[in-house]
Design a protein around this ligand. Structure first.
Ligand code: NAP
Length: 281
């Protein structure tokens, strides 16, 4: 992979960070970026994230070996199809989309002419978007899920896994289905709850927020352009987890309504112990 031509489609937070990381970790590789905006390409070049940039995908992937699609979930299938039309045979393609079943099932149904696809998802990033927030060390120490299906190419799986490891990531192989269940609990349900809290808080109370409220709602600042398709493509898991949330919420309401001091204490203590056992992060 050392002298590979990497093509990154979507030079935002994740795509820009990937470009910067590849420049560091694959010094002999060539990094080509694709953005719809000329000024993003100019910025990426000025920062030294990419060697070359294009607004037209067709031109960018002509000599590609490894392609990373880093755009919102609902744009990914179309972009992968386009890469398949114009990339050389044997090109390995992965994406960084935050849900995996829909994309991987779609790819399994497709008959690609030139590419071998494998799904990935780095558990790195933040509520910030855009290349201006990109960081070359974003993936160091982060979990990255690589999500093969029964139809995935072993070569693509091996390439993607070794690529992420080289960036310092902690690679985990999981099925797309299990992946989507995990991220529903640790990311999508919390995002829904943070958004709900922002709908509930009054403007007056919000002025007096302290660390607790800010920590709990930080993710609600995430881009709706990214989050709407994430929620919709993981709808069944998020709905199931919302039902679980409602059941526990009902229990909490009963404990409080009944002034059950002991039970309320126990409820809070179990949560505190579980959370503190995981360390400070
Ligand atoms: P971002 O900073 O908003 O960047 C998204 C990029 O996608 C932009 O560079 C934009 O490029 C491009 N784009 C937007 N709509 C497009 C379209 N219709 N067709 C082609 N390109 C389009 O977002 P991000 O945080 O990097 O997220 C990118 C992907 O990573 C998403 O699928 C997200 O689910 C996933 N992800 C995000 C995080 C996170 O914490 N942020 C973590 C893991 C995975 P131009 O406007 O410059 O063309």
């Amino acid at each position: 992979m050392k002298q590979t031509t990497f093509v990154i489609i979507g030079l935002g937070l994740i795509g820009g960070s990937l470009a910067a990381a590849i420049r560091k970790k694959f010094p002999q590789g060539r990094v080509v970026g694709v953005s719809r905006k000329g000024r993003t390409i100019a910025f990426a070049k000025k920062k030294g994230f990419i060697h070359e940039g294009f607004t037209r995908l067709k031109l960018a992937v002509r000599a590609a070996k490894f392609v990373l699609v880093c755009s919102p979930i609902d744009s990914i299938p179309k972009l992968i199809s386009e890469v398949d039309r114009f990339a050389p045979p044997g090109t390995v393609v992965t994406d960084v989309g935050s849900t995996k079943s829909e994309i991987v099932n779609w790819a399994d149904r497709k008959r690609f002419r030139n590419i071998e696809f494998i799904g990935s998802h780095p558990l790195a990033g933040s509520h910030l978007t855009g290349i201006r927030h990109a960081k070359g060390d974003l993936f160091r120490g982060a979990f990255v899920f690589v999500t093969p299906s029964r139809k995935s190419s072993r070569r693509a799986f091996a390439s993607a896994s070794s690529f992420w490891k080289r960036l310092g990531a902690n690679v985990r192989r999981v099925s797309p289905k299990v992946h989507d269940q995990i991220v529903s609990e640790v990311s999508h349900l919390p995002h829904a709850i943070a958004s709900i809290l922002m709908h509930i808080v009054s403007s007056n109370s919000f002025r007096y927020r302290a660390a607790g409220f800010s920590d709990t709602t930080r993710v609600a600042q995430g881009s709706p352009e990214l989050w709407t398709p994430i929620m919709l493509t993981n709808r069944a898991n998020v709905l199931r987890d919302l039902r679980r949330f409602e059941r526990v919420l009902r229990r909490f309401r009963v404990l409080l309504g009944n002034r059950s001091k002991k039970s309320l204490y126990r409820f809070l203590r179990i949560a505190a112990l579980r959370r503190s056992r995981s360390g400070s992060s």
